[in-house]
Design a protein around this ligand. Structure first.
Ligand code: ADE
Length: 260
């Protein structure tokens, strides 16, 4: 996976995704991260990227031209990487790859785990991070394929949302997590929240680990974990719980609990 982030703050992207699991995945060559500074594509001698909104109103709007030129540069980088120099010379040709371009905006579709899994299948992903009051609609209509929000709140820019998405997507790229199955058994799989986890010591500050986890009896442990997931999801996320496909055993377990 090659990520390209069009931003006014490239250092924020590079340093924010340099550590821990994502940093290691970059070292292993499982993914590459390229932050491209939109300001490098201004033609204005003061390197302005924004101007007043037509029609008036507060704030500034990012102009179409630097964003579009930055995008064309990214398309060249992608094609150079996959087809070599020839592709560059014939960049109007139909073989030129058109990657998904994700614009981070609070008015977009809300990001979730299914989207993360789907996007992880792409070879290239381009993120466009806005600042100020937004970006000129004309360039968005020209280049953006997906408008995505990370939640119902407004941030000062798209960099943190892009970093959040890159982190969540990368976990689904084979080899990024040490244990390949852990991305399959965690929270949000089957619309269930993950069961509670415990580690040594067996008794901490007077509190015992649930005894079933010490038995080594795998079927009982699985059953207990499923039941904990059901209870947690029903209590904390009734919206998700509505979508869970309950088995006969699940229904009986919940009915018995409710009788108590
Ligand atoms: N830019 C500002 N707020 C945002 C949000 N909630 N999601 C995505 N991009 C944003």
């Amino acid at each position: 996976m090659n990520y390209y982030v069009m931003t006014l703050f490239p250092d924020m992207i590079m340093s924010g995704l340099d550590t821990s699991i994502i940093g290691k995945a970059r070292e292993k060559g499982l993914l590459s991260l390229n932050a491209i500074d939109i300001r490098d594509f201004t033609t204005d001698k003061h390197r302005h990227v924004d101007d007043y909104p037509y029609g008036g109103g507060a704030g500034m709007v990012m102009q179409a031209q630097p964003v579009y030129d930055c995008y064309k540069h990214v398309i060249n980088l992608i094609n150079e990487r996959s087809h070599g120099q020839q592709a560059l010379e014939s960049s109007c040709n139909e073989n030129v790859e058109k990657p998904r371009v994700i614009f981070m905006t609070p008015t977009g579709k809300t990001f979730n785990q299914d989207m993360a899994k789907e996007l992880a299948k792409e070879d290239n992903l381009v993120f466009l991070c806005g600042h100020y009051e937004g970006i000129d609609r004309r360039v968005l209509d020209r280049i953006v394929t997906d408008e995505v929000s990370i939640g119902d709140f407004v941030l000062t820019g798209g960099e943190l949302p892009a970093m959040v998405m890159i982190d969540a997507i990368s976990r689904h790229i084979p080899g990024v997590l040490n244990n390949d199955i852990s991305a399959e058994t965690e929270t949000f799989t089957d619309n269930l929240l993950e069961y509670p986890q415990y580690t040594r010591p067996e008794v901490w500050d007077g509190e015992q680990v649930p005894p079933v986890l010490l038995t080594g009896h795998h079927a009982n442990i699985e059953k207990w974990r499923r039941e904990q997931s059901l209870l947690l999801t029903r209590e904390k996320r009734p919206d998700l719980f509505e979508k869970v496909e309950l088995t006969k055993k699940d229904k009986k377990f919940l009915a018995d609990i409710d009788k108590k």
